[in-house]
Design a protein around this ligand. Structure first.
Ligand SMILES: [Zn+2]
Length: 108
């Protein structure tokens, strides 16, 4: 098992000590449960894994539940947040909080 990179400075020279991970470069210490790995695996339309903060592009027009608004195919969505459930991407589009299904987006 390889150790995760430091979440603070991305150093790869991290080591483990008594259940804690330690970064020798910036002295950051954290434990396994707060490691950078996403809690949920979210795949886009092409099967590529998405990460928190990614930018995605809609691959089809999506109707917004409870309104007449349609988000157009090709809309770029920045800074997505992965979450559990049917609509596994949280994001903001035009300032409004939205939940999307990852099968309707692809990584930008
Ligand atoms: Zn570090």
């Amino acid at each position: 098992m390889s150790l995760p990179p430091c979440p603070q400075c991305a150093s790869e020279y991290t080591y483990e000590d008594g259940g804690q991970y330690i970064c020798p470069e910036c002295a950051h210490e954290w434990n396994e449960t707060e490691s950078a790995a996403p809690a949920v695996e979210v795949l886009d339309a092409n099967g590529a894994a998405l990460q928190n903060g990614d930018t995605v592009i809609l691959i089809k027009d999506l109707k917004v539940k409870g309104s007449s608004m349609v988000i157009k195919q090709g809309t770029k969505v920045k800074g997505i947040r992965l979450q559990e459930g049917d609509h596994n991407i949280g994001c903001k589009i035009d300032g409004s909080a939205m939940n999307l299904k990852s099968e309707f987006v692809k990584k930008a």
